[in-house]
Design a protein around this ligand. Structure first.
Ligand code: CP
Ligand code: NVA
Length: 302
């Protein structure tokens, strides 16, 4: 494993190894055991979209690993004025030991990996959010003790979260059921991958079919970053695609609820369900830190 561009590039065993390492790093942090695996290493973090969790958890994670985090805003770099990704990749490779990027096009992290010579980590693109889904899988394992054999249901937009959850869920032995309005399903690349898991993947526009007997219920915003101008249309198209008490009555009684955050209460999730499952949701947010530290160690430790 040289980069984390998308979960499609990892085997199920590689994902499990990362989750095991994340558990260990979490244990060490909680017990005050130092783990300076990246002493002397620098991670660049390039953002062309907003972020709270990704930014803070990567920055704090690097410090806890003994390394140095360097925040780079797309607007301040020459890349914001059109310097090619190919050149940016080769220049940054001369200064830093790894680069996390959050941006729009999946092609950007792919090109940085192709032209640079340092590990590239996808901190969210329009297509995928692998760091978030590693944290989600870690959280599910904490609550359920396993992943294999569980049913994960995702309600809402077939966006970067739906794409990465489908791949991560199927690769780790879960059944994945997605409920999205017609025309809003996951990406073709993801559906093609899921076709290799007959009986384990289901795409429907019926939220109750998707939620039936689910162990894990996940949702995300109706309009992702960059889609703000579509919100009026999306509020119409997604009406009813909500995680609420009625939806949860179709899932298993002990089902957990996850949300990558930020959440839009009374759109994709009711305040009632959000607050009833706040323990899981904020454990999930915390686990970004531990899961990403595992990724950093795996990719950047000498
Ligand atoms: N879930 C997530 O990636 O949050 P941020 O956008 O705050 O980084
Ligand atoms: N789907 C959301 C996730 C935010 C963490 C977005 O891309 O805006």
């Amino acid at each position: 494993m040289k980069h984390l561009l998308k979960l499609l590039d990892l085997t199920g065993d590689e994902i499990t190894e990362l989750l095991n390492l994340a558990d260990q790093l979490k244990y060490e942090l909680k017990h005050g055991i130092p783990h300076p695996h990246l002493a002397g290493k620098t991670l660049g973090m390039l953002f062309t979209k907003a972020s709270t969790r990704t930014r803070v958890s990567f920055e704090v994670g690097m410090v806890q690993l003994g390394g140095y985090p360097l925040i780079l805003s797309g607007n301040d770099l020459q890349i914001g004025r059109g310097e090619p990704v190919q050149d940016t990749a080769r220049v940054l490779s001369r200064y830093i030991d790894g680069l996390m990027i959050r941006t729009f096009s999946q092609q950007d992290p792919e090109d940085l990996a192709k032209y640079g010579s340092i590990p590239i980590i996808n901190g969210l693109t329009d297509m995928y959010h692998p760091c978030q889904v590693l944290a989600d899988l870690m959280t599910i394992r904490e609550y359920k003790g396993k992943l294999e054999g569980l049913k994960l249901c995702y309600i809402g937009d077939g966006n970067n979260m739906a794409n990465s959850l489908t791949v991560g869920g199927l690769k780790t032995g879960m059944a994945v059921s997605i409920a999205a309005p017609k025309g809003y399903g996951p990406a073709k690349e993801v559906l093609d991958f899921a076709a290799g898991y007959p009986g384990k993947f289901n795409l429907t526009d019926d939220i109750f079919t998707a939620a039936k007997d689910a162990d894990v219920v996940v949702t995300d915003v109706w309009a992702s970053m960059g889609q703000e101008q579509e919100i009026i249309q999306r509020q119409k198209d997604f009406a009813g695609y909500q995680v609420n008490t009625k939806l949860m009555s179709h899932a298993k009684a002990d089902a957990i609820v996850l949300h990558c955050l930020p959440a839009h209460r009374e759109e994709e999730i009711t305040t009632e369900i959000f607050e009833a499952h706040a323990a899981e949701i904020f454990d999930e947010a915390e686990n970004r830190l531990h899961a990403q530290k595992a990724v950093l160690v795996k990719l950047m430790k000498g």
